[in-house]
Design a protein around this ligand. Structure first.
Ligand SMILES: *[C@@H]1O[C@H](CO)[C@@H](O)[C@H](O)[C@H]1NC(C)=O
Ligand SMILES: *[C@@H]1O[C@H](CO)[C@@H](O)[C@H](O)[C@H]1NC(C)=O
Ligand SMILES: *[C@@H]1O[C@H](CO)[C@@H](O)[C@H](O)[C@H]1NC(C)=O
Ligand SMILES: *[C@@H]1O[C@H](CO)[C@@H](O)[C@H](O)[C@H]1NC(C)=O
Ligand SMILES: [Zn+2]
Ligand SMILES: [Zn+2]
Length: 394
């Protein structure tokens, strides 16, 4: 997930766009898994194993496209589970396969990268790498996907197709998802599911919505130049701070004016009003623009069905307010039907709230079985539903 940021002396502007809501048809599901994967995920054998993995990854956070040790850990666990995989995909990515090895294919995805943030939580398993931290919970994401892999492998005979495990690099700004797609790794996949942990939803609860759930985003650089001088004779100076402030204000008005936020003229024009020059530079290669995350309507029905069955109606919010972070999961959704949901991993509601990307972020490991079970149930149920449709169509 990505947020607004300032860098150096230059003004970096981060903007968000929400897409229009597409319309989808609806359908009912009668199929259910015969096994409750949540019961399995909560067993000490699975839970303790996940906690160990999560703490190990948390202690050794790696930034985007540098997840070498994390990738190695994943492959070692897959080896132990007897799960075949492709590697390297998109530098450090790992793609695993469980099931028949043939069509239909459904993917479940976890991002692996950490952030350039110094962890400020004092605990036994604090980050051992100065200036790096898993402050977005991707350590838990990797762990829960491995948890799902373990559960699905135990029930491989019941899988009516192939579950594709996607361990992707560089979600935070590096568009790892795009690289996974370019590598052709998801060529024959007909749907993809992903989750993001949230520190302000209690353990055992989930939230999502159909249609747009997260914003699009992009970063560009605006260099505004003025002319220095003595504060006592301001008439001989040109103040870039004033111009920058005016640019920021006018960008705030973009939504109501419906101007194209990618149009550099907005910034250059506003700077000129204050007699300053502005240059706008887009870093599309380094910091790609993320499209909005838009959830598929059919997959929303399936999610609702699976989550309510596993957790109970009161634990499933199917109409959460969209929020303004961005996710590179959206790249998958541009190519295949995809669904992203939010998983509760609130640490302790009595303590002050710490957002994602906070150096004080703490996550509740009791949420791990829920993520693992949901991943596994969504994938397995999708395949059952797919096969039922094929049978019905004759
Ligand atoms: C996708 O399916 C085609 C046709 O069966 C096959 O040639 C190709 O290798 C598959 N791609 C992947 C990534 O599995
Ligand atoms: C803006 O650009 C013009 C033309 O290049 C130049 O003459 C002027 O000095 C510049 N002004 C500032 C404040 O940089
Ligand atoms: C939750 O936070 C409160 C206030 O800081 C504290 O008193 C309590 O012990 C904490 N509970 C847990 C389970 O950590
Ligand atoms: C099965 O068919 C129904 C009705 O057309 C559709 O809504 C659903 O998404 C299909 N499921 C899969 C997995 O393709
Ligand atoms: Zn993030
Ligand atoms: Zn994230």
């Amino acid at each position: 997930m990505r947020y607004f940021k300032f860098k150096g002396f230059h003004l970096l502007i981060f903007f968000h766009v929400l897409a229009a809501t597409p319309v989808f048809s609806s359908s009912d599901f009668s199929n259910q898994l015969s096994t409750n994967f949540l019961d399995i995920a909560k067993k000490a054998e699975v839970f303790d194993w996940m906690v160990k993995i999560r703490r190990k990854i948390h202690e050794n956070p790696e930034l985007g496209y540098q997840e070498f040790e994390t990738s190695k850990l994943i492959r070692e666990e897959l080896d132990k589970l007897g799960i075949p995989y492709k590697h390297p995909v998109a530098v450090t990515g790992v793609i695993g396969f469980i099931g028949t090895g043939t069509s239909p294919f459904v993917a479940i995805r976890a991002d692996m990268d950490a952030l350039p943030i110094q962890e400020l939580v004092e605990w036994e398993h604090k980050s051992k790498v100065p200036g790096k931290m898993h402050a977005c919970g991707h350590d838990a994401h990797v762990t829960m996907l491995l948890g799902a892999a373990k559960i699905l492998k135990q029930h491989e005979k019941e899988i009516q197709g192939t579950v594709v495990l996607v361990f992707q690099p560089a979600e935070e700004g590096g568009a790892g998802a795009k690289k996974i797609l370019l590598a052709g790794a998801l060529e024959n996949v007909s749907a993809i599911f992903g989750l993001h942990m949230l520190p302000n939803i209690p353990v055992g609860k989930v939230a999502s919505r159909t249609g747009p759930i997260m914003a699009g985003s992009g970063v560009f650089q605006a260099i505004i130049s003025g002319k220095g001088g003595h504060a006592a004779i301001p008439q001989q100076t040109i103040d870039p701070i004033l111009a920058a402030s005016s640019v920021i204000l006018s960008l705030q008005h973009l939504v109501s004016r419906e101007a194209d936020p990618l149009d550099p003229q907005v910034i250059i024009g506003q700077a000129a009003v204050q007699r300053c020059n502005a240059t706008v530079i887009f870093h599309g290669e380094v910091e790609p623009f993320y499209p909005p995350t838009v959830n598929n309507g059919d997959l929303h029905k399936l999610f609702q069905n699976v989550a309510v069955n596993l957790l109970g109606t009161d634990k499933v919010n199917v109409d959460m307010a969209p929020f303004m972070g961005a996710e590179d999961f959206s790249f998958y959704q541009e190519v295949i039907p995809g669904y992203l949901f939010m998983l509760g991993m609130e640490y302790n509601s009595s303590e002050p709230f710490q957002s994602l990307h906070s150096p004080y972020l703490k996550i509740n490991e009791d949420g791990l079985p829920y993520g693992a079970a949901l991943h596994a149930s969504l994938a397995a149920t999708y395949l059952i539903n797919y096969q039922q449709n094929v049978t019905q169509l004759g």
